[in-house]
Design a protein around this ligand. Structure first.
Ligand SMILES: Cc1cc2nc3c(=O)[nH]c(=O)nc-3n(C[C@H](O)[C@H](O)[C@H](O)COP(=O)(O)OP(=O)(O)OC[C@H]3O[C@@H](n4cnc5c(N)ncnc54)[C@H](O)[C@@H]3O)c2cc1C
Ligand SMILES: NC(=O)c1ccc[n+]([C@@H]2O[C@H](COP(=O)([O-])OP(=O)(O)OC[C@H]3O[C@@H](n4cnc5c(N)ncnc54)[C@H](OP(=O)(O)O)[C@@H]3O)[C@@H](O)[C@H]2O)c1
Length: 459
């Protein structure tokens, strides 16, 4: 029997964990990993903070998957632009979407789009060298910056802004980012959470790190750490929150040591409006109290108390959001592909669609660390394999040549795995001279040319 040919769309953690589980299964499988960028690894390359190089070492596990027989990488191929959902259903026996969450949530307040108000998505993509974000100019000539949100991405954004030139120099952040952040006169970075310290979604290791920066003191007002009875009660069952509180209480006892910058953590405040004449000048915040909603969740409810903070920059870090793909059923409320544990559901009901699956952030929403996607992708692959065993899915004799012929006919320049390895090698070699893990190629043309030069040399 011929191999089951699966298109895995997206090359982030979910895509690689799914491809690995498929190729390690006891049936004969071929995987084409289709990625819109010329480079693989998703947010491991373009999200994880440059000063956390150890976390990026998971990419070694991804490269081991790429080395398995039956795996092909097809970079610079976008589903929705170069190939449609119907093309994939015709060209493959099964399709597994692992496209992540490609945009951000909106605050929905006046002034959100003033120059100087940025989404974390834009800033993160810019400092990490995403080729689609390099045209942005971040004017970091600011005294005070406000970061909205209490998740790990908000901490990444605040920490990156607080790094000293010495801390930035050995990273793989882009040269433009290293220069702009290093030269910035920022004095204060205020991180604003709409709920209390017991509801913050930071993880404790990441929170602790905020108190260990060479160029920034950490400040927390002890009055904002006083818990209401419901938060106090909830702590008993929440180890992360308890540990966070311990760290925050220790931070609140610190005395400023005169470092050039201060990171200030504020709680129970929501932005109401961002003001400025042509660019951000100040932000109005409203004090919240917590109230239990009908599902027993403590939610922020605005009071009458307001305060205004002068600031020149605002970063909105309130979560990512999945984007719908044409002809793939989408759950608008959650920003995910409609699915049951990874089987994609028909738009008009709860029945699974034949041969369509999903994994990662586009399956469950934009939460969870890299490792969370392993369990998630494995669950999806197990259901796919169950469908094979039960006769709902079978090889139909589709071929890799069929895919190549269609891409050639449409004139799609694709980056195959050896092309990516050429990019990787060039970036690492440039980094080695400077004591950096890599110097990323950040323009689309350079990425494609590097990949193609290699193909021409070995072709
Ligand atoms: C800023 C940030 C920092 C993070 N830092 C950490 C960290 O330090 N440690 C940690 O454990 N976790 C971290 N995470 C979480 C972790 O990155 C995610 O859990 C994980 O990347 C989600 O995996 P995914 O494969 O679902 O999505 P992604 O990693 O986003 O991968 C999706 C891939 O699909 C591609 N794609 C999208 N649309 C298409 C299309 N139409 N056609 C083809 N390809 C497409 C994208 O280009 C991308 O490569 C961080 C997240 C963010 C946002
Ligand atoms: N080092 C790491 O391990 C690392 C680094 C980065 C990211 N990650 C992971 O990646 C995932 C995504 O991180 P994230 O920080 O984007 O998401 P997140 O953890 O979901 O945090 C989003 C934050 O935005 C707040 N928020 C949402 N809507 C808001 C609004 N309208 N006004 C004000 N605040 C609002 C949320 O508050 P509420 O709680 O009140 O909704 C929450 O504090 C997380 O699982 C994270 O752990 C991990």
């Amino acid at each position: 029997m011929s191999a089951l040919r699966v298109a895995v769309v997206g090359s982030g953690p979910a895509g690689f964990y799914a491809a690995g589980a498929l190729l390690d299964s006891d049936i004969s499988v071929e995987v084409d990993m289709i990625e819109r960028l010329p480079t693989p690894w998703g947010l491991v390359r373009l999200g994880v903070a440059p000063d956390h190089p150890k976390l990026k070492s998971v990419s070694r596990a991804f490269e081991r998957v790429a080395d398995k027989p039956g795996f092909r990488f097809l970079g610079n191929v976008e589903v929705g632009r170069d190939l449609t959902h119907d093309d994939l259903l015709r060209l493959y026996d099964a399709v597994l979407y692992a496209v992540g969450a490609q945009t951000d949530r909106r605050l929905g307040i006046p002034g959100e789009d003033l120059p100087g108000s940025w989404s974390a998505t834009e800033f993160v993509a810019w400092y990490n060298g995403h080729p689609e974000y390099q045209h942005l100019t971040f004017d970091l000539d600011a005294e005070r910056v406000v970061v909205i949100g209490n998740g790990n991405v908000a901490l990444d954004v605040a920490r990156m802004l607080a790094l000293t030139p010495e801390e930035l120099a050995p990273t793989d952040a882009t040269d433009a980012a290293i220069e702009a952040i290093g030269a910035s006169p920022i004095r204060e970075i205020v991180i604003v959470g709409r709920r209390g310290p017991a509801q913050a979604s930071f993880t404790t290791t990441e929170l602790k790190e905020m108190g260990e920066l060479a160029g920034a003191d950490i400040a927390v007002d002890p009055a904002e750490l006083v818990l209401d009875p419901a938060s106090e009660a909830a702590l008993a069952g929440d180890t992360n929150a308890r540990r966070n509180l311990d760290v925050l209480r220790a931070f609140s006892e610190r005395v400023a040591t005169g470092k050039p910058k201060t990171i200030r953590l504020r709680f129970l405040l929501s932005p109401v409006e961002i003001f400025g004449d042509g660019r951000v000048e100040r932000i109005e915040l409203v004090r919240n109290r917590l109230e239990e909603d009908p599902r027993g969740r403590l939610v922020a409810v605005a009071t009458d108390e307001r305060e205004t903070l002068a600031c020149e920059l605002v970063f909105r870090s309130i979560g990512y959001r999945g984007v719908a793909l044409a002809d793939v059923p989408f759950d608008e409320r959650h920003g995910t592909i409609s699915n049951d544990r990874g089987r994609v559901l028909a738009a008009d009901g709860n029945e699974p669609l034949r041969a369509v699956y999903c994994a990662g952030w586009i399956k469950r929403g934009p939460t969870g660390i890299i490792g969370t996607n392993k369990k998630d992708a494995t669950e999806t692959v197990q259901l796919l394999l169950e469908d094979v065993r039960d006769g709902r899915l079978e090889p139909r004799g589709t071929t890799a040549e069929g895919v190549d012929a269609l891409l050639d006919e449409r004139g799609i320049r694709r980056v195959v795995h050896t092309g990516w390895l050429a990019i990787d090698e060039r970036e690492r070699a440039a980094g080695e001279k400077l004591g950096r893990p890599r110097v990323k190629l950040v323009s689309w043309d350079e990425l494609l040319e590097t990949a193609e030069t290699f193909a021409a040399e070995t072709g």
